[in-house]
Design a protein around this ligand. Structure first.
Ligand SMILES: [Zn+2]
Length: 80
């Protein structure tokens, strides 16, 4: 697998994560072929591996599986 296909996989994975409402920006490089995204709001992560071992998966992590749960912010009461 070449660099183009890993970039495509990264883009695809990021789109899925964004569609789940997660607040992710840049991929973190964890190793030669291992990249991760962390949601700034709920801290869930997704990790991709370019060359997974037979017992590993290419894309994994909670951020692709579940929707983002935004941290509870104090709501300001608006008076009209
Ligand atoms: Zn999130």
């Amino acid at each position: 697998m070449g660099i183009l296909s890993i970039l495509g996989l990264m883009e695809e994975t990021k789109n899925i994560v964004l569609h789940r409402g997660h607040n992710v920006k840049n991929w973190l490089v964890l190793g030669n072929d291992c990249y991760a995204l962390e949601c700034a709001d709920c801290k869930k992560t997704v990790m991709i591996k370019e060359h997974p071992l037979p017992n590993e998966i290419k894309v994994g992590g909670e951020a692709v599986a579940v929707n983002c749960v935004k941290p509870v912010k104090e709501k300001k009461l608006r008076k009209k």
